[in-house]
Design a protein around this ligand. Structure first.
Ligand code: SF4
Ligand code: SF4
Length: 324
């Protein structure tokens, strides 16, 4: 079954030594991004704009600065010290314009450490060596490495280079994707993964466009291909009150999975939480879902029953208001 993508993994990009990725976090000891204990690499850049995005630091593809208004003591050292005039006071926080050369003088001189760099570039070998440090944990727990984001497949050339290196070292490799990617690219990378974590959000295309900024056509096409190719996959469905949690939507997802992914191992229903609200504030972005309640346990149990009709081997629920 794992024929698609074979052959592709044998030839690495010729510039492998110089290939870099832009990432915004490396999370060790993760237990939520695939089986066992994992290290999750969060890659920058996303081609969707889901209203409920939990990782807004991952939206922009480039490395950039943010100003933490809670830490700032208002000394204005940064505003007065930037030779490029790249910082301005917006009233609600400081903004960094396109003239910023990322020299980091302002961050280094800030007495309150209120200017943070979001993102860094890493090379293939540098990241491989970091990820190998936790191999004993992966081996003991049946874990490994997960590439997440943002949308990790936007940096597919880097994945093309690093995935065979990790797999060659005996590490289980997962990709966590929203699937809005050209099918040839998607198939090349997913075909090399040991497991694909794939988000499905909304079945009705009009609503999908409205709430995520893009059509779901490519996503459904790629999900159906995963089913046909027999790639090991866990589907993840964010349960967002008022957006994805209608009976019609969840039944539609269950039916799609039943028809297109007959040997699906698992579906995870992930309840909404607002832990990312502070991240939006620091990025000086509006948080569109402010005030949205958490999902009640009784509702989640009902959604679990609906999703069981997908025929998946397991349906898990998490992040809900217990006892309601
Ligand atoms: S240097 Fe730091 S503390 Fe001073 S105004 Fe700038 S961000 Fe705030
Ligand atoms: S990183 Fe350098 S160029 Fe950018 S705002 Fe700070 S001092 Fe100015």
């Amino acid at each position: 079954m794992r024929k698609v993508g074979e052959g592709w993994g044998g030839s690495l990009p010729s510039n492998m030594d110089t290939l870099t990725a832009t990432i915004f976090n490396i999370q060790p000891m993760s237990t939520e991004d695939g089986p066992g204990i994992r290290t999750t690499v969060f890659m920058k850049g996303c081609n969707m704009r889901c209203l409920w995005c939990q990782n807004p630091e991952g939206l922009a593809a480039r490395v950039h600065l943010v100003h933490d208004t809670l830490r700032c003591i208002g000394c204005r050292t940064c505003l007065n010290g930037c030779e490029r005039g790249a910082i301005s006071d917006s009233g609600s926080g400081y903004k960094f314009n396109r003239g910023c050369a990322l020299c980091l003088t302002c961050a280094a001189n800030c007495p309150a450490r209120a200017i943070r760099v979001i993102g860094q570039t890493v090379g293939v070998e540098e990241l491989v060596q970091k990820l190998l440090r936790d191999k004993p944990f992966y081996d003991q727990s049946g874990g490994g490495v997960t590439f997440s984001g943002g949308e990790c497949l936007l940096q597919h050339r880097f994945l093309t280079a690093i995935m065979p290196r990790l797999k060659g070292a005996g590490i289980h490799v997962c990709i966590d994707t929203a699937g809005h990617i050209d099918p040839p690219v998607f198939q090349a990378i997913a075909g090399q993964a040991d497991l694909v974590l794939f988000d499905l959000k909304i079945m009705e295309d009009r609503l999908h466009r409205q709430y995520t900024g893009v059509s779901n056509a490519l996503i459904l096409q790629n999900a159906a291909w995963l089913g046909r190719a027999g790639i090991p996959c866990w589907i993840r469905v964010p349960v967002i009150p008022g957006y994805t949690d209608s009976e019609k939507n969840l039944r539609g997802i269950a039916l799609f999975l039943k028809e297109n992914m007959p040997s699906l191992a698992r579906v995870d229903l992930l309840g909404y939480n607002d832990l990312c609200a502070n991240d939006y504030a620091m990025l000086d972005r509006d948080y569109p879902l402010a005030g949205t309640p958490r999902v009640a346990e009784s509702a989640m149990l009902h959604f679990q029953e609906i999703m069981a009709q997908s025929g998946a081997g397991m349906v898990s629920i998490s992040n809900y208001q217990k006892g309601e």
